[in-house]
Design a protein around this ligand. Structure first.
Ligand SMILES: [Zn+2]
Length: 591
């Protein structure tokens, strides 16, 4: 018995070492390079697989037998030709080894994730290795690329149901500009700010531009303007415009109409707009037939930030037990011509507030580091795009500390994106549909005049509040309510396979969790901060707390409360949660 354990340990150790070596050998930027330099590239159809059963090994071998459909690359002397039978090995990581972090996302975790079975068709990247009977994978877990199931091999790339292109532009503001939030002067650039665009269309001509930006936010007016311009100048029906909400960044501004306004700020705002138009135009121009994939991996950049004190008041802190969105959602496209990734769109929900507000350096915070990490692995040609989810009540962790911490959190998120890609699956959809709906969220009812008089008394030594309460008084006297908030929701749907739901404003993460439960699709992705915004949108439970609702949901006389200083005089009314959910649900096909 003892001997046996010993032997097992040795085997585990040996295989672990191999796995570790494999991981260590792989330089950043890697599997694209490895595929490019693979000596043998074949299109095959698998006829037989035999999975090795070994409970101790970290890497499990699957011996595959396949029929060659086409030889895409092979050394001259290799006797490989179409219709021949070829034998090669594939490997996947055991779940135990995966838990211990071996080889990260480079090997699929589990046989199912490897996806190789009888009837599988795809491109394989192989090499011959001394002492091995079968050919070996040349690019680790990325050596096997399935072809979309619906595509007829004879028809090749022209039959791909989707076209996609992607592009980016640098929009870093000049040093000396105000960055926010908190507002401070930019003294330099830690990492640049970008706008990035992908244009996706189906064969019936339905199309959408998805634009992600490193801006802190964008209002309805500026989003309406840009969406209209894109429709008019580029003929793209719908645009989804997301702000990452980086707090070491700038807002998306509206260029002034004044002729001859050459102020630095106006010049910059014009540059922001032109950059978005140019990125979308280039993405449209670069459209090519692609295969689309979707996946998800565990990821958590931050913690819920709402805690309640003894008196029942909500305050901001680190609530490790509060709800968060514990994953990253990923959609990516591979060129049908080259098999290489073209663009990766990923979404996570957390305030980019890890960079300290005392730093004078412009930064995209953790989302910037995450996109950089993804490109380090996939190559600089790949456009990696971060979309902010419903992150209103989640703060990146550790809050306002260092640029290095933001980078670390971002790199971890990037690793999760790569993991989701390694385990994702091809979409079978062949149609793109975009639907949108608008509703209005009623604002809190104003108080009666007696209550208002009390608030006026408390605020008598504060001229700004006094002025604001005067406006509220006028409203009450005219028997009017504060205006409602605009709520525009979009659903970008790929058959029944995938759906991107977008919401404006800073939405509580509970909405994203709800979408994931309620949406009738195989894969979901959810954006907040999209196509406009007017502050925080909490949930009924938080609004019911009234003045105890804290920064994102509190009502007057809580002056920290969301919207108190705005034309809305406080948050939306209890009941708005249902309006929001109904608006979104109406966009989906019924089950
Ligand atoms: Zn915020």
């Amino acid at each position: 018995m003892r001997l046996c354990v010993c032997r097992l340990t040795l085997v585990t150790l040996a295989v672990s070492l191999v796995a570790q070596q494999a991981a260590a050998e792989l330089p950043p930027g890697s599997y694209v390079k490895l595929r490019k330099s693979a000596p043998i590239v074949l299109s095959v159809r698998i006829t037989k697989t035999a999975a090795e059963k070994d409970d101790v090994a970290a890497l499990h071998r699957v011996a595959c037998t396949a029929t060659i459909e086409a030889v895409e690359r092979a050394p001259e002397k290799t006797p490989l030709k179409a219709d021949d039978t070829v034998a090669f090995d594939a490997y996947y990581l055991s779940s135990k080894a995966a838990q211990r972090g071996f080889a990260g996302p480079r090997w699929p975790h589990g046989l199912k994730a490897l996806g190789l079975e009888e009837g599988w068709r795809g491109r394989v990247y192989l090499k011959r290795e001394e002492g091995k009977a079968n050919l070996q994978p040349a690019a680790y877990g990325e050596s096997f690329q399935p072809l979309p199931k619906k595509v007829d091999p004879a028809a090749k790339s022209s039959q791909s149901p989707f076209l996609l292109g992607a592009a980016e532009r640098d929009v870093t503001p000049p040093v000396g500009f105000d960055i926010t939030h908190y507002v401070r002067k930019s003294k330099g650039v830690r990492d640049p700010l970008y706008v990035r665009a992908m244009v996706l269309s189906d064969r019936s001509g339905n199309d959408v531009a998805i634009v992600t930006t490193d801006f802190i936010g964008a209002g309805f007016e500026v989003c309406d303007q840009l969406r209209q311009r894109i429709r008019k100048e580029l003929g793209i029906q719908e645009t989804i415009l997301n702000a990452s909400h980086s707090h070491s960044s700038v807002g998306l501004g509206i260029p002034s109409e004044k002729p001859g306004d050459n102020s630095p700020l106006n010049t910059y705002h014009k540059r922001q707009h032109q950059a978005i138009i140019d990125a979308v135009a280039e993405a449209q121009q670069k459209q090519q037939p692609v295969a689309l994939y979707a996946g998800r991996a565990p990821a958590q950049v931050g913690f819920n930030r709402r805690l309640v004190n003894d008196e029942g008041y909500t305050f901001m802190g680190v609530n490790e037990k509060g709800p968060v969105v514990p994953w990253v959602n990923v959609l990516w496209a591979r060129s049908q011509r080259t098999g290489e990734p073209v663009a990766v769109l990923f979404e996570h929900a957390a305030h980019p507030v890890i960079v300290p507000h005392t730093s004078g350096l412009t930064s995209a915070d953790y989302p910037g580091a995450a996109t950089a990490r993804v490109r380090e692995e996939l190559g600089e040609d790949v456009i990696a795009m971060f979309g902010q989810g419903c992150g209103a009540n989640i703060n990146g962790f550790p809050l306002r500390t260092t640029h290095e911490n933001a980078e670390l959190a971002g790199r971890r998120l990037g690793d999760a994106v790569l993991e989701a890609m390694a385990e994702g699956e091809p979409l079978e959809a062949d149609t793109l549909e975009i639907r949108s709906g608008r509703s209005w969220l009623p604002s809190n009812d104003p108080p009666n005049l007696e209550t208002l008089a009390k608030w006026q008394q408390w605020s008598s030594n504060n001229p700004v509040r006094t002025e604001h309460l005067k406006k509220l008084k006028r409203l009450i006297e005219q028997n009017q309510n504060p205006p409602p908030r605009r709520f525009d929701a979009y659903a970008v749907m790929l058959g029944n396979d995938w759906c991107l739901v977008t919401m404006p404003h800073e939405m509580f993460c509970q909405y994203e969790l709800w979408v994931d439960e309620a949406a009738p699709f195989k894969h979901n992705m959810t954006f907040g901060y999209t196509n406009g915004g007017q502050g925080y949108i909490a949930v009924d439970e938080a609004w019911k707390l009234k003045e105890r609702g804290g920064y994102e949901a509190g009502a007057l006389p809580n002056w920290g409360g969301n919207g108190s200083m705005s034309e809305f005089f406080g948050p939306p009314q209890v009941g708005s949660e249902k309006i929001i959910k109904d608006t979104i649900q109406n966009l989906w096909p019924s089950r």
